[in-house]
Design a protein around this ligand. Sequence first.
Ligand SMILES: Nc1nc2c(c(=O)[nH]1)N[C@H]1C(S)=C(S)[C@@H](COP(=O)(O)OP(=O)(O)OC[C@H]3O[C@@H](n4cnc5c(=O)[nH]c(N)nc54)[C@H](O)[C@@H]3O)O[C@H]1N2
Ligand SMILES: Nc1nc2c(c(=O)[nH]1)N[C@H]1C(S)=C(S)[C@@H](COP(=O)(O)OP(=O)(O)OC[C@H]3O[C@@H](n4cnc5c(=O)[nH]c(N)nc54)[C@H](O)[C@@H]3O)O[C@H]1N2
Ligand code: SF4
Ligand SMILES: [Mo]
Length: 749
Amino acid sequence: MRSDLAAAPAGTGTDTHCPYCALQCGMTLRRSTSGSTSGGGTGLEVAERPGFPVNRGALCVKGRTATEVLAPHARLTRPLVRRPSSGELEPAEWDEALDLVAAALTRTRAEHGPDAAGVFGGGGLTNEKAYALGKFARVVLGTSQIDYNGRFCMSSAATAGTRAFGVDRGLPFPLADVARTDCVVLVGSNLAETMPPALRHFTELRERGGTLIVVDPRRTRTAEQADLHLAPRPGTDLALALGLLHLIIAEGRIDSEYVESRTTGWAGARSAAMAHWPELVERVTGVSVPELRRAARLFGDAEHAMVLTARGPEQQSKGTDTVGSWINLCLATGRPGRPLSGYGCLTGQGNGQGGREHGQKADQLPGYRRLDDPAAREHVAQVWGVDAASLPGPGRSAYELLDALGGDVRTLFVAGSNPVVSAPHASHVEQRLRALDFLAVCDVVLSETARLADVVLPVTQWAEETGTTTNLEGRVLLRRKAADPPAGVRTDLEVLEELAARLGWEKGFPAAPEEVFDELRRASAGGPADYSGISYERIAAEDGVFWPCPEGSRDEGTGVTSPHPGTPRLFLDGFATPDGRARFVPVMHRPAGEEPDEGYPLRLTTGRVLSQYQSGAQTRRVGVLNEAAPGPFVELHPRLAGRLGAKDGDSLAVVSRRGRAVAPARITRGIRPDTVFMPFHWDGEGRANSLTNPALDPDSRMPEFKVCAVRVELAEAAKDEQPSTPVELASPGASGPSGAPGGAPPPAA
Ligand SMILES: Nc1nc2c(c(=O)[nH]1)N[C@H]1C(S)=C(S)[C@@H](COP(=O)(O)OP(=O)(O)OC[C@H]3O[C@@H](n4cnc5c(=O)[nH]c(N)nc54)[C@H](O)[C@@H]3O)O[C@H]1N2
Ligand SMILES: Nc1nc2c(c(=O)[nH]1)N[C@H]1C(S)=C(S)[C@@H](COP(=O)(O)OP(=O)(O)OC[C@H]3O[C@@H](n4cnc5c(=O)[nH]c(N)nc54)[C@H](O)[C@@H]3O)O[C@H]1N2
Ligand code: SF4
Ligand SMILES: [Mo]
């Protein structure tokens, strides 16, 4: 029985997955034991689920406290409508709220055309929701203007992966393979804080005698685990990878047989690397030649080796080429498509992988098909029962869409993102949101973006609904319903169903998750991310199924259909390119969108802390997490603090060309002296994204969250309007990485 799978077995608990990151740790939700206050009074608690192979029972503090956001006091339970009389958001009935949203969309379309209605989605939405949102935009609204926050996340890795291998799946192998390889280079990932249970695979690697190399401008908790920590200047990974390839060529460690038989384009990549000799790379990156040599040998000599990237190298205006340069290093040494080896991206959001496959991206149709591919349009149009010619073409990328609000995009529908906190140049984005004719936000909580809305629609969350997510390994998982939602909230799928009906879509918009999944399977059939052989039953029975998983093949002789096993490991027989070969793409280093200068002499980089998630919309509502990470801070080196006359905890103003943010100083030797770091989880005066640069990568359209030019001042002095005293770098180059490693660890988050 289908519905049985989705229901919570009374007493025993329900096996499901965490609402937060892309590790999608397995967990069991069960009724709290009496007297327990866990779960914020929801009566539910999180228990270990040791059988799930990705996290084997381990959970981080966010996962363990996830049920608190289910509590009625933490979240929205009624629609809100902005009343002209008060100008305030006030509770309303569902019918009124939905009518208002439908009327605004209709008016906008009538007055300004279909492309004036925009949709902004999120990588935390289930596959079913992402699929329905994309379909809603294309067939009900007929708009090309849809994109989502995944564009801010791993899109550069996705673009580079597709360019090199013909398909993009975050990890082309199960995460557990990490423990059995010989050398891993972890580039710009702080997984000890961002995916703590994943660390065990890396610890096992080291216990087996393998080597971990971490590339991060900060000596993070992750870097502390490394055998070798390289601390480049933010925004210089491209040069670093080219420098390593240069050394690997010079030292004769190229796998010529592999290059010859499995790749194309080596000559161009080779000459690009030859132009990046070690001394030049040291000057650009601040990583010394001996360290470069050591890394090149460790990686080059390892029998099996992997490079894994995360947001550090990806969130750059040259993120695609940067990831491309790390892929080239892997290809030249014969890694991708070989056992226990290759390149992978550690995708971030709960459904960061599936969210990028099923059509909420501006250029994409379900199954990871391209919107500009005539055959793909035909196939999907047929599943949707529309004429392929009626489907709009590709639209704008996330930041470009936000930038167009109030211009040619007049009404926006947001589901699953909080761009007021998380978009680059957030003050500008906030102003654009305010310039809209109408803003509708579907959310679980009253996020900073929802606060600006004309209508807020309260929706159910993970444990209150069934759906699938696809984790960072490409493993499709089933999140089961474990609790009834509060009266007064609806699912995103029901919201889309209701809106579609109000907008005159007569074919019906399924709202039952499994029905949506079945349609998604058909739409994805034959595409790169083929889910057609995956069912809720299979996922439940098999701890997830790896895509591609086409429908099973029928033996004509016996008449028996054997199911496709799914694909835990990609590329073993060939790459997803027309000729089956991986492509080297020649890439050259180039500066960041904004380099330090006299007025803004430092580099700002941004990222995460363990106890907050993303824009903080969810985790700032959980007591334990807030106590652990109560607010923003500015991490800086003692040498820089000394020049500023700043002590730990002093209020610092960080100023970029776009704005100013104020937060207390956190002084640590674990950061380069020429770099400051801020986490981005908060709104208000400490909002890191007031500073960040929306310079976009030309290929992935990913903004440059990881580097912009700033100056830092004592906030008090700045307030008194004293002339700012820009801090100068001691001696660029000489600062090297020496300021980073070896010092005290950063304070606990
Ligand atoms: N606790 C927590 N966990 C999360 C999230 C969260 O918000 N909080 N979010 C989830 C999501 S969506 C994502 S995308 C992942 C992100 O996971 P990560 O990529 O691990 O997170 P970040 O902190 O953004 O960046 C990682 C590291 O990049 C470094 N870095 C900065 N600039 C550069 C650079 O130029 N080059 C290099 N090599 N490194 C650089 C930073 O110092 C930082 O330590 O985490 C997921 N998990
Ligand atoms: N400076 C800086 N900025 C960054 C980054 C960085 O490293 N530095 N990282 C970027 C990255 S990698 C990411 S992924 C983005 C993420 O940034 P956001 O897109 O803002 O991500 P969240 O905070 O997860 O927002 C998700 C919203 O959806 C709501 N929500 C949760 N579940 C559901 C659901 O099922 N349905 C609906 N309708 N809503 C739901 C949540 O309550 C929350 O308000 O931030 C980016 N911004
Ligand atoms: S690591 Fe990610 S998926 Fe696992 S418990 Fe923590 S937030 Fe949840
Ligand atoms: Mo992300």
